[in-house]
Write a protein that binds this ligand. Structure first.
Ligand code: G6P
Length: 594
């Protein structure tokens, strides 16, 4: 999950490459570099962020080049491990996103053939393989080299004396942005939005030869046509728009995201997905799979679908599902992925398809790999999410799940009408939580002094606790664990003391009384309690040390208001601790490796 970019045209490549790389830093940001061809190949790369490189890089000159921003897998972040990587002659440069599984074997063979390696990366074998097969036709050399390679890749190849770039993809995303006598290549859309909104999505197995005015794509040696798409996001949507961080902007965009996502479905002429799988009364169950924050949406989805549709749902981590002996063959599955590119999620989708499951993808990215594998895609309308910590995309995923479940619900008309109305009121409810930012800031100040915290909830609030803890740990570096409130006494109680606050999510549902009991148990062990509860709940004020209130909603929608409050809590805590909120250490937004 690195970001790669390429440019070929009539303008100077360097500023375009650096600007585009800056837009891809959410994919990895421990080191970066560019290579430009101007007669010879000139490379400049180092550990650190694109902004730092931009300050020190000399003018490389040249109208064709490639760039890379890295999330280290093989070898620590360092100048020598940063991309681009070169062959022995220094005339072929490659940037790569993905993992070459058989690189050690290939490296040994290439060393035996006289090639010298300088880095610890898997990538470095690619320029050497291309060098081995290069006899004047760069496209052919890349195709031949890739026959030796096992693993995942999106690559861009630059060669001295060639007025072209060669690109290839397998299990890692790559797009071509179309310009007027210029073309752009990137891992993802935000990189090219400043220059064009016309794109081609490459398919797995594609090898493309790109000049400033032509694009030739081959698949297994045969030329293929790839459709052009128009991107509807604007460049402004991928800017901070006056907010200090992307994360804060994205949290504040949620009322709009809810409106857009629901609006899309309400106005759709056809159902958002052909969920015959849900309508099937003989259905034993269905699966919802995802990773990271999307997995927490999947867990909320389990409660929503079981409650409204009345079928059994298994929500699983895609990364673990891949090792389960059983798949629930023949059932339907929903896969949730913001990026549509998470390697573990895509692998799970392929496994499901392999045993005959019908798969619906809920994704935010049009044309993403998930959308191409799925039988049906439900798009969320969150717009580009740049901050590594997912916020608005989670919200849009919840909206898709609510709408799917309501569309196929087996509840009585009264409840259906009431929930449909409740759904439409969510933007204003979320706005009320956002307007309560100052109170949440105060709690964040308090929380920021601690190094450990628990988030607890029951029922539909359990996944909310998991998500609250994930947000806090990823951006503030406080060790936070989300726990089912009833489970604390089965072990974690041993960790409770005055230095371990517990954030208790109290929903006004059938878990309420049990949650009050759990809070009392925690207090009896000396831990401070911050409760998240509905406005007007005076009982909680007597029990907890501190209370954050949220507006009343039907309990099934409580994850919406509670999550927004926890997002703000994490944000302000991280800010108080001076953390790099949008780009937390060691993480990346799009995880295209297993
Ligand atoms: C990374 C991101 C998370 C995201 C997870 C799953 O870890 O940092 O924010 O939830 O990947 O990504 P997906 O694109 O599949 O939703």
């Amino acid at each position: 999950m690195c970001g790669i970019v390429g440019y070929i045209g009539e303008r100077q490549a360097q500023p375009i490459l650096l600007t585009s790389l800056g837009k891809l830093e959410y994919r990895g940001y421990d080191s970066c570099g560019i290579a430009v061809a101007a007669g010879n190949i000139k490379v400049h790369k180092d550990a650190g962020r694109v902004g730092e490189l931009t300050k020190v890089i000399p003018q490389l000159g040249g109208t064709v080049g490639i760039g890379h921003t890295r999330w280290a897998t093989h070898g620590e972040p360092s100048q020598v491990n940063a991309h681009p990587h070169l062959d022995c002659s220094g005339r072929i440069a490659v940037v790569h996103n993905g993992i070459i599984n058989n690189f050690l074997l290939l490296k040994q063979q290439l060393i035996a053939e006289g090639h010298n390696f300088v880095s610890e990366t898997d990538t470095e074998i690619i320029p050497h393989l291309i060098e081995k097969y290069y006899d004047g036709d760069l496209g052919k050399a890349v195709e031949t080299a890739l026959c030796d390679v096992e693993g995942s890749y999106a690559i861009i190849v630059l060669a001295a004396g060639e007025s072209k770039l060669v690109v290839a993809r397998k299990d890692s995303p790559l797009i071509i942005g179309l310009g007027d006598r210029e073309n752009f290549i990137a891992s993802d859309v935000p990189a090219i939005l400043d220059y064009t909104n016309r794109v081609i999505y490459l398919e797995d197995g594609d090898v493309g030869v790109i000049t400033l005015d032509s694009i030739k794509i081959r698949q297994e040696g045969v030329e293929v046509a790839r459709e052009e798409h128009k991107i509807l996001w604007s460049a402004e949507e991928a800017q901070k728009g006056g907010y200090e961080h992307f994360m804060l902007k994205e949290i504040h965009e949620q009322p709009k995201v809810i409106r857009n996502t629901i609006g899309e479905y309400v106005s759709a002429a056809e159902p958002v997905a052909d969920l015959a799988i849900m309508a099937d009364t003989n259905l034993e169950g269905m699966l919802i799979l995802a990773c990271g924050t999307s997995y927490h949406a999947a867990l909320v989805g389990k409660y929503i679908v079981e409650d409204l549709v009345g079928i059994l749902v298994r929500a699983e981590l895609a990364s673990e599902f891949n090792y389960y002996p059983q798949t629930l063959a023949g059932t339907g599955a929903i896969v949730i992925t913001q990026s549509g590119e998470t390697a573990d999620t895509l692998k799970a989708m392929k496994r499901l398809k392999g045993v005959g499951c019908r798969v619906i993808a809920i994704t935010n990215v049009v044309g993403s790999s998930a959308s191409r594998i799925a039988d049906h895609t439900v798009y969320t309308r969150a717009g580009p999410e740049i901050s590594v910590a997912a916020t608005k995309s989670f919200m849009a995923q919840l909206m898709a799940l609510y709408w799917l479940a309501l569309s196929y619900s087996r509840i009585d008309t009264r409840r259906l009408d009431s929930l449909t109305m409740g759904l439409r009121q969510l933007p204003s409810k979320v706005q009320q939580v956002l307007d309560n930012g100052d109170r949440i800031k105060e709690c964040a100040k308090y929380l920021s002094r601690y190094e450990n915290a628990f988030f607890t909830g029951r029922g539909i609030s359990f996944p909310v606790a998991l998500e609250g803890a994930l947000k806090l740990k990823e951006i503030s570096y406080i060790h936070a664990e989300g726990y089912a409130a009833g489970e604390l006494k089965h072990g974690p109680f041993a960790l409770l003391d005055k230095n371990t606050p517990v954030i208790a999510i109290v929903a006004q549902d059938n878990t309420y009384e049990a949650m009050l009991t759990n809070i009392k148990e925690v207090k009896a062990r000396g831990s401070p309690v911050v409760a998240l509860a509905e406005e007007g709940n005076e009982t909680i004020r007597e029990l907890a040390d501190s209370v954050i209130t949220v507006p009343p909603v039907d309990a099934i929608f409580s994850p919406v208001v509670n999550t927004v409050a926890l997002q703000l809590l994490a944000y302000y805590t991280a800010k108080q601790r001076g953390c790099p909120i949008d780009f937390p250490r060691n993480l990346a937004k799009s995880v295209t490796v297993e």
